[in-house]
Design a protein around this ligand. Structure first.
Ligand SMILES: C[S@@+](CC[C@H](N)C(=O)[O-])C[C@H]1O[C@@H](n2cnc3c(N)ncnc32)[C@H](O)[C@@H]1O
Length: 423
């Protein structure tokens, strides 16, 4: 079988790496009371280069992940910006505050494939025997990726080439507007999960009308009109720029409806779903909503912070936050006895002064700080659309023997930790 070769091609993996636990988030306090009995939750959000992260996960997860969705950089040779603050009006770019998003910049296609190939190999190893990998790309690199996937999985394991179509403005005047992405799905074996009844769609009213007038319309077959049809391999979903309730400001965010179809079709409740290029966290957010366990990773702190906020907003089950050894967890320790904002402490809550309101994107509190792992019992987020960040958080345990620790993230994404004592 023909294969794709280039001079630096190498699948020298896994590499030496390790993961360190930084914190456990109990979104809106859920699960915090019973935490000491239940141990650490299985859901995880990991900061780090996914080559190292996946290498570290092999020991525990080789052959265990049921579904992997991969949405890597597309080889566009762009540097994407993130909008900070909140999802400002798309029609008024002059008002956006921008920060670094993520780079999709490569010296050449070989450099790009040097990134992609070993990572696809690791994903293959992590997949369970009934697992599926969805690889989301577009015209820039999908033909190369298809050959790599054929090599790693076997050409006969291609399940679908899904075309996601969308529309929107484009500056192109010398070609047709490029308004589709390609999602290649490959299964690890012939015994794979595919829940067809969970993704059926209603028939088009015109089809229903045709069948009502002539039962022969379907070449002799009468479809079960009530049950709905199996979706085609081309999908229309609007892009996130048009979905005001989903927009996080993180670049190239994918729609939740797209992820929902993938997760419903190719995993079951309780299965492990992973996304090692998680960006704004669409996959873990939808996986949590659908009762799947998730592992999400990104090399960018802004992505991990955006994902954390999104998981809290969606009331995900408790989750762990880790980082891979090479990528330090970004945290500045405020000097003991000093605090970035004045605050008031009572038995039940902690309240920051109004001075904090203009700069804060996020803050959280650990009411019984053990000086090792931050157990976040309450969190406050800048609302996505209107309103200001809450300045008061409840304290579920308040004993004078315990140290209260708080962490805040400002609009620039800088994370700070400070200790609070009763003044
Ligand atoms: C196309 S975006 C993913 C968007 C995501 N699907 C969403 O809905 O928001 C690609 C992401 O991959 C991350 N990334 C790129 N190279 C990476 C690497 N080697 N390890 C981990 N993450 C990486 C980038 O930081 C970026 O957030």
């Amino acid at each position: 079988m023909p294969s794709l070769d280039w001079s630096s091609k190498s699948s020298h993996i896994p590499i030496q790496s390790s993961l360190e636990l930084d914190s456990v988030i109990y979104p809106n306090g859920q699960g915090y009371d019973t935490a000491h009995r239940t141990g650490f939750p299985p859901d995880q959000l990991i900061l780090g280069d996914n080559l190292a992260v996946m290498s570290a996960l092999l020991q525990e997860y080789e052959g265990r992940i049921d579904l992997i969705y991969a949405d890597p950089p597309f080889f566009t040779n762009r540097r994407y910006k993130a909008r900070i603050g909140r999802g400002e009006d798309s029609r008024k770019p002059e008002q956006w505050k921008l920060a670094e998003g993520y780079p999709d910049h490569w010296s050449d296609i070989e450099a790009y494939l040097d990134m992609l190939y070993p990572r696809l190999n690791l994903m293959y190893r992590l997949l369970s025997p009934s697992g599926t990998l969805y690889l989301h790309l577009d015209w820039h690199a999908n033909s190369y990726a298809r050959l790599l996937m054929d090599e790693i999985f076997g050409a006969d394991r291609l399940l679908n080439e899904i075309i996601w179509v969308y529309h929107g403005p484009s500056p192109i005047r010398s070609a047709f507007n490029r308004k589709h992405d390609s999602i290649l799905s490959y299964t690890k074996s012939k015994e794979y999960t595919f829940n067809v009844d969970d993704v059926r769609q209603p028939y088009d009213p015109k089809t229903i009308k045709t069948f009502a007038s002539s039962s022969k319309a379907g070449f002799g077959k009468v479809p079960n009109l009530e049950r709905g049809k199996v979706p085609e391999d081309w999908w229309y979903f609007p892009v996130v720029a048009r979905l005001h309730n989903e927009r996080t400001g993180y670049p190239t965010q994918k729609p939740e409806a797209l992820m929902e179809r993938i997760i419903l079709a190719s995993s079951n409740e309780g299965d492990i779903v992973a996304d090692f290029f998680c960006g704004s966290g669409t996959t873990p957010a939808v996986a949590a909503k659908l009762g799947r366990t998730y592992i999400a990773t990104d090399a960018s702190w802004r992505a991990v912070h955006t994902t954390r906020a999104r998981l809290i907003r969606y009331n995900s089950p408790p989750f762990r936050m880790l980082h891979e050894g090479r990528t330090p967890y970004p945290l500045t320790h405020f000097p003991t006895n000093a605090r970035p904002y004045p605050f008031q402490l009572s038995k039940e809550s902690i309240k920051l002064s109004n001075q904090a309101i203009d700069s804060l994107d996020y803050w959280e509190v650990d009411p019984a700080w053990n000086e090792k792992i931050f157990l976040s019992s309450a969190q406050a987020l800048l609302p996505l659309k209107k309103g200001s960040i809450p300045l008061e958080l409840d304290l579920p345990v308040r004993s004078d023997q315990k140290t209260i620790c708080a962490r805040s993230v400002n609009l620039q994404g800088e994370q700070t930790q400070f200790l609070l004592a009763s003044d």
